[in-house]
Design a protein around this ligand. Structure first.
Ligand code: GAL
Length: 808
């Protein structure tokens, strides 16, 4: 039966004064895939994440050229095996009492090809699903109820990963008077910092400015300091400019992410009897800092050289899909910072504003990317369909939308663009980089190149501010002398593959290992034909003064691209992540932590020590630590005291340079213990792993102790089984069930198994290698919420209960 959508009316604040600026987030919509069945949804919303997983959603017969394939074969799960392909429609209404002088709908991204209708009339369209865009709807509104509709379309083979579907980022209605500040015209940049004084320049534009108007800008520091501009005249084109000398400038950096508030006001008749009338005002946050790249200093932040310790992140948030959520983004950034990372690359597309705000406030540098292809398609219906017509508009929106975020330290105009070898590619690079410079002269521009020889030969690499090579560390040395820049970025590195908690024997170093269970080994010795192990990248960062850092593929697993299992079903998410899809650290996390986290020590042993049936068999043991030396004991018997070593030939990879490895250990149940020594040979710490007994209870570990009663906040609870002594049971695969009561609700669950077809949105799931993460969402009211976890496989294990506060 057909039924009409229940439409939620948005009462707007502009009833009182239609000329006052107001920004209303439109989060309540009706949604339909087929135009007949409608459901109420909260935006951000991803129409595909609730599944079900099915091979048929994105089955392809293709050759993945980037991976060196020449013959087409059947591929499944490449874009997540979720139902994102097809059409969808969202509707909402907005009640308006008095018509504003100006109104625009601001989309932070809509997947994809959104067409926007206001009161039945086509008001706007954008082709690319990842970009922010604005639709001027002043002429389309009327008094009373206004219908807003967004139609979206995702075509097959338009993405190399899971893009999600729908209004997956916030939508906002901005209204103001006819004369108003154009939000994206505001631009604040730090020109220099000397003796603690920051020289800052700012500009903006007033739409509909009148001759009797002036502007003011004020910078408010984190310490309460205020630096005010003079009264600023507004030109005939509506533009105004300000300069500031900010004393005792609190500079932004990953270590100290200080933010300033910038308040811009437009005043009419400032000399009038009442000191002028406020026409419009806009507040934004920014940070003061300088960024530069040079032959002498490499990459510099605030004048200090540093090598970027970066990770690539795709936009999906695991079991939440593409729908952005602040708590989920905070968790990601916290996880990466604790590992010691100081930068992310938003591969391979425009980031959400929410993500950039989180990076600003938590201190994470960002390479903000734009495209995965230009004119030549990497997948049949990808962005190549739009590039010629849209590229400039897309770069413009990327830069204008995000240029005040201090976290962004460089723009990227592309990833592994097939045109690297050609003159045409070189010209496009010059054009797109030039456009970035015009809109934002303060940041360097890069792109990731996977064919270094071709890119250097064609001039493609030479024209970039920052030459970025993807993988192929053996190409660094021969190509570096041919590059004019004098430095090189590892724009994408590693692509080592592993599954959390899976260990394969014998341990092999391999670029093509596959196993019947669709998993990869966590000894961190497996990679792809085009990629390498983390140790190789560490070596290039340590031994080549001219490298300026790297972005590891990837910080966290993502939906789609299940290499090396593109032809294996079921397998629907990546193995590249340093953390799994649930955000649980794999062993590799500690390898990076041991190199990157310079504030805390790392001592991490692998594998786990519960191997019934392997008694007496060779079971290599690795320790990831920043300490140079350690001794390993099995049930008190020494397995040798060893030191990290560079190896005979410094230019060849030695796995013993960054890892401590005991390759001949024979398994016996009991206690595995490592004792580490510092550079002076002093005992510095230890770690012990014990063979686990039978599961005795459920352990719940939450990443938060209280939640905000905003209907969006999330808590992530890691669920594991432990024996009676508290040892985790690392092989447990029990089915766990979740019940949430009180001021919150079950949101989703994920166990990090790339081959699992269990739904993310059903309140039950099997543990994968002893663990999973359940996500609970706060309600709108104050109170408490209770999560109850029941082991459905083993009734002898008692349910575990956790209670949390939900506060306003
Ligand atoms: C790169 C590419 C990434 C991803 C990765 C997997 O070449 O830029 O998007 O496909 O390979 O290793």
């Amino acid at each position: 039966m057909k039924f009409l959508p229940t439409i939620v009316a948005m009462m707007m604040a502009l009833c009182a004064n239609a000329q006052e600026r107001s920004e209303v987030v439109l989060n309540s919509w009706s949604f339909s895939r087929d135009g007949s069945e409608w459901q109420q949804v909260a935006v951000p919303h991803d129409w595909a994440i609730s599944g079900p997983f099915d091979k048929r959603w994105d089955l392809q017969r293709v050759a993945i050229v980037q991976n060196g394939e020449t013959e087409a074969t059947e591929k499944s799960g490449r874009s997540g095996a979720l139902p994102w392909i097809g059409e969808g429609c969202y509707r909402t209404t907005v009640d308006i009492d008095a018509l504003p002088g100006f109104a625009e709908l601001v989309f932070d991204g809509a997947m994809s090809e959104p067409t926007v209708y206001v009161n039945g009339r086509r008001a706007g369209y954008w082709a690319y699903g990842y970009n922010a865009f604005r639709v001027d709807c002043t002429e389309f509104l009327h008094r009373g109820s206004n219908a807003i509709e967004v139609r979206l379309k995702n075509v097959e083979e338009s993405s190399r990963w899971y893009p999600g579907g729908g209004l997956y980022r916030p939508v906002c209605l901005l209204t103001a008077g006819k004369t108003h500040i154009d939000d994206w015209s505001l631009y604040i940049r730090t020109m220099s910092v000397n003796d603690g004084v920051a020289h800052v320049e700012a500009e903006g534009r007033v739409a509909g400015a009148q001759p009797d108007m002036t502007a003011t800008m004020t910078l408010e520091g984190p310490d309460g300091s205020r630096t005010e501009s003079d009264r600023l005249s507004i030109g005939a084109d509506g533009k105004f400019y300000a300069t500031f000398k900010v004393k005792d400038a609190q500079l932004w950096s990953p270590e100290s992410p200080s933010l300033y508030r910038v308040v811009t006001k437009v005043i009419r008749n400032a000399d009038g009897p009442r000191g002028g009338e406020l026409v419009d005002s806009k507040t934004l946050k920014t940070g003061l800092r300088t960024v530069s790249v040079s032959r002498e200093g490499g990459f510099r932040l605030n004048g200090i050289s540093r090598k970027l310790k970066g990770v690539c992140l795709h936009h999906d948030l695991g079991p939440l899909g593409a729908a952005v959520n602040k708590a989920a983004l905070i968790r990601q950034i916290r996880l990466m910072k604790e590992m010691g990372a100081d930068a992310i690359r938003t591969s391979h597309n425009m980031p959400s504003t929410m993500q950039m705000e989180v990076c600003d406030s938590m201190g994470m540098m960002v390479m903000a990317e734009s495209f995965d292809m230009w004119i030549y398609p990497k997948c049949k219906n990808g962005y190549a369909r739009f590039f010629r017509e849209w590229a400039e508009r897309d770069i413009t929106n990327l830069v204008l939308n995000h240029r005040n975020h201090p976290s962004i330290v460089m723009w990227s105009i592309g990833n592994e663009i097939p045109e690297q070898w050609s003159e045409e590619g070189r010209q496009i690079s010059v054009r797109l980089q030039g456009l970035c410079h015009v809109l934002d002269p303060s940041r360097p521009v890069t792109q990731g190149m996977d064919r270094p020889d071709d890119a250097v030969r064609s001039g493609f690499a030479k024209v970039m501010d920052v030459p970025g090579f993807n993988y192929r560390v053996h190409k660094y040395d021969p190509n570096f002398p041919l590059l004019p820049q004098g430095f090189l970025l590892g724009s994408e590195t590693a692509s080592t593959i592993s599954s959390r908690g899976v260990y394969k024997f014998p341990v092999v170093v391999s670029d093509h290992a596959v196993y019947p269970d669709g998993q990869c080994s966590s000894y961190d010795t497996e990679y792809c034909s085009w990629s390498n192990l983390p140790d190789e990248d560490f070596r290039m960062m340590d031994d080549r003064s001219w490298t300026i850092g790297q972005f590891v593929w990837t910080g966290i697993d993502y939906l789609g691209e299940p290499t090396p299992y593109d032809e294996y079903w079921p397998s629907r998410s990546s193995y590249f992540g340093i953390c799994d899809l649930a955000g649980l650290p794999k062993d590799r996390y500690y390898l990076y932590r041991s190199q990157w986290n310079t504030r805390e020590h790392t001592i991490h042993l692998l594998p786990h020590w519960t191997w019934p049936g392997r008694e007496g068999e060779v079971t290599p043991v690795y320790c990831y630590t920043d300490y140079p030396e350690a001794e390993l004991f099995v049930n008190g018997k020494s397995q040798g005291r060893i030191r990290k070593s560079i190896g005979e030939n410094r230019n060849e990879l030695s796995l013993d340079r960054y890892r401590l490895r005991w390759n001949e250990v024979r398994y016996e149940p009991g206690e595995l213990k490592v004792v580490v020594y510092d550079a002076d040979g002093r005992q510095a710490g230890e770690q012990t792993l014990c063979t686990a007994g039978k599961a005795a209870r459920i352990r719940l570990q939450a990443d938060r102790t209280s939640l905000q009663a905003d209907g969006n906040d999330l808590v992530y609870v890691t669920v594991s089984l432990v024996d009676k002594k508290g040892n985790e049971v690392p092989t447990a695969a029990d089915l766990m069930q979740f019940d949430v009561s009180g001021e919150g609700a079950f949101k989703c669950v994920c166990n990090g198994d790339a081959t699992s077809l269990e739904s993310f949105v059903e309140p039950q799931m099997h543990l994968f290698n002893g663990k999973l993460v359940v996500t609970v969402q706060a309600g709108q009211h104050e109170g408490t919420l209770t999560l109850r976890v029941t082991d459905k496989t083993n009734r002898r294990v008692k349910p575990a209960v956790m209670t949390m506060d939900v506060k306003k």
